[in-house]
Design a protein around this ligand. Structure first.
Ligand code: UDP
Ligand code: MG
Length: 315
């Protein structure tokens, strides 16, 4: 028993009060099935406004496997997950959603693959029927575009639900950035990967915390964290514009020499001014997006702040 391996399940929770009893039952059921490893559950309360924290603390009081990390405010899912991963002590870590959208029944299969030598076990959503049409198509478009442009390929239809060996977790901890787009960071570190297919469920209770605007910002975040293509893009637009202008200038000069001075030209002038004016604004905006990120990174603020840890032995 002395060298029994331990698996940490990391769960970011934000206003998940309703779903917690179900979550606990589902996890216990799974843990009972896997007897050759020990389990630890790290629940991160991401500044919930309901009684999520109280319910989590009650769980920790009755079950020694539960560790609760209480953040000082809502830091967002990526930061909460980072906190949980940092606090976890297992030989493998599984990030998990509190709403049971990812089937816990997959955990034994993941563990088998891990014990069989895999360093990362990905859970791939073979069917996203549980998501709305909009979310499916926009998510698809994002992956398509991101993987075309960026050198780091994010596997399609893979969420944060996965198993990572301790060496992968340690590698992840070496990435110092404060803007944490976890899906991208997970892909960046690499390692020996095995993929398992599953069908994503609808939420067990409560509602999604990611609305349209939040998802858009999330996509921008992901994109700018892993690619500088938008910066380079404007050099090409500029070069193309300069070439087109040069050709147009040659045509005007030739025309003037052959046909004499031609006064009209107001429309083309105004169109050119407006067009290049807006191009410049867009490109300045893109620069701003990146400079904003540099600014935030240089502040070097912590990713999250812990108010308190709740665990049986900590009392
Ligand atoms: N979450 C969090 N902090 C937030 C938003 C979400 O910890 O600011 C947690 C949430 O409690 C859940 C997980 O992140 O466990 C996924 O959130 P959600 O189900 O809303 O996302 P979706 O499944 O719709 O992508
Ligand atoms: Mg969800």
């Amino acid at each position: 028993m002395i060298d029994q391996r331990k698996v940490s399940v990391v769960i970011p929770c934000y206003n998940e009060s309703e779903g917690i009893p179900k979550l606990y039952d589902a996890l216990c059921q799974v843990f009972a099935q896997v007897t050759d490893v020990a389990f630890e559950v790290v629940c991160v309360d991401d500044g919930s406004r309901d009684d999520t924290l109280d319910k989590l603390v009650a769980l920790a009081a009755k079950d020694h496997r539960f560790h609760i990390v209480e953040l000082s405010r809502n830091f967002g899912k990526e930061a909460a997950m980072t906190a949980g991963i940092d606090e976890s002590t297992g030989d493998a870590v599984i990030p998990f959603d509190a709403d049971l959208q990812d089937p816990p029944e997959l955990i034994p299969e993941m563990i088998r693959a891990w014990l069989g030598g895999a360093e990362v076990v990905l859970a791939c959503r073979s069917n996203r029927a549980a998501d709305s049409f909009m979310k499916r198509t926009t998510a698809n478009a994002f992956y398509q575009f991101h993987n075309q442009v960026s050198s780091i390929k994010i596997p399609k239809n893979v969420g944060d639900f996965r198993l990572m060996d301790r060496i992968v977790v340690d590698a992840l901890k070496q990435l110092p950035e404060h803007h944490r787009f976890m899906k991208g960071l997970f892909a960046w570190v690499g390692f020996k990967t095995v993929t398992i297919d599953y069908v994503r469920q609808v939420r067990s209770a409560g509602e999604s915390k990611f609305s349209g605007w939040k998802l858009w910002n999330f996509a921008v975040e992901g994109f700018t964290s892993f690619s500088t293509a938008p910066l380079k893009f404007w050099s090409y637009v500029g070069a193309f514009g300069a070439l087109a202008t040069f050709i147009y200038a040659a045509i005007i000069v030739a025309r003037t020499l052959i046909f004499g001075v031609d006064v009209p030209g107001y429309a083309s002038l105004l169109v050119a001014i407006l067009f290049f004016g807006s191009l410049q604004l867009i490109s300045v905006g893109v620069l701003g997006e990146y400079i904003g990120r540099i600014y935030m990174e240089t502040k070097n603020r912590p990713i999250y702040l812990v108010r308190k840890r709740h665990h049986q032995s900590a009392k």
